[in-house]
Design a protein around this ligand. Sequence first.
Ligand SMILES: Cc1cc2nc3c(=O)[nH]c(=O)nc-3n(C[C@H](O)[C@H](O)[C@H](O)COP(=O)(O)O)c2cc1C
Length: 392
Amino acid sequence: MNKSTSERTASLLPAVRLGNIDVPTPVVLSPMAGVTNWPFRVLCEEQGPDGLYVAEMVTSRALVAGNPKALQLCEFAPTERVRSLQLYGVSPSIMEQATRMVVDGHMADHIDLNFGCPVPKITRRGGGSALPWKLDLLKDVLQAVVRVCEPAGIPVTAKFRVGIDDEHTTYLDAGKIAQDVGCAAVTLHARTTAQYYGGHSHWEHIARLAQALDIPVFGNGDIFSAQDAIDMVTQTGCAGVAIGRGCQGRPWIFADIKAAFAGEPLPPSPTLGQVAATIVRHGQLLVEFYHGNEQMAVRDLRKHVGWYLKGFPVGGSTRQALMSCESLVDVERVLSQFDPDIAYPEQIQDKPRGRTSFARKVHLPQGWLDSQHLTQEEREQVIGADPLDASY
Ligand SMILES: Cc1cc2nc3c(=O)[nH]c(=O)nc-3n(C[C@H](O)[C@H](O)[C@H](O)COP(=O)(O)O)c2cc1C
């Protein structure tokens, strides 16, 4: 980063420091299972090269078991400035083992911990966003990870939601616990588990948490444009922002936010030709990620293609043709039929994208909400049931 950029960024939002890691533009690519593998992270980082780009969550049990898929999720591209890994787990001892693997194997520079997953198969076992309700378990898990990371100089951050529902909020306690055990920062997705991805992210909770803690708080939820990022920072006083669905099919949102934080004009939106070129490049990186398996790469690419082309005047049959491609050459052939000069559909620029549903019901272990402390019985039930695959 050159000096003038650093000075301009500092004028609006200071760099965030996580242990020995500097984040000059405090913008985070929020971890997304099935999305933020290294090919997508590389595309995002190229747009705003001094934020933090977090890998999708890896289940600690799967990692400890040497599961090949879990190990693949831990791969980074050589160009990634900071290797940020996200771990998920409910057992302090398994989380400790997984962390030791990461630290001893020099597998990451930063570890984020996931306490925000709302998926029923996770919460019904007391994991993800159900876990912070049990304050003692939360502390045990955080402490187990920080204890291994601290001597190695690896910063640990934690990501959580507001709570289970409006009557059972946990974020202020969770934030204080994270700070007390030595986490370098926290991220708050300002929805409850009951909200899932529906309704709004309640940014007032981000403001309250930023007030309550001394460590940096990254605000998360419903940033779909650079203006949203500015609004979140000014309305909440958060130290930085984390972007999830807003970058699906739009890695350039990181360039927009970087410019906005620096007080500079936003770069022009890409034309359809430039979007098509990004799709091809994404596909090529995915082929590398899947070690040459083009079919897997193209299948992974499909969901991204849907997001990339959102709002463009591309007919249903062409979209269908792209969804059934089995090779990159096929993808390129279909894309080459587009008019490259078609302008970006501005009407969808700042609109919500991705999941927007509410939870039908929050699934929790029997009696989970009766106490904020884990009973012996719950401890055995929950820790014994820590799943091997916890994908979102
Ligand atoms: C498809 C998908 C996968 C996700 N996977 C993860 C994950 O692995 N770890 C995590 O902490 N959050 C995960 N999230 C949550 C996001 O990181 C983020 O907190 C949430 O989408 C709210 O931010 P947004 O409004 O900017 O999307 C996921 C979200 C989506 C939509």
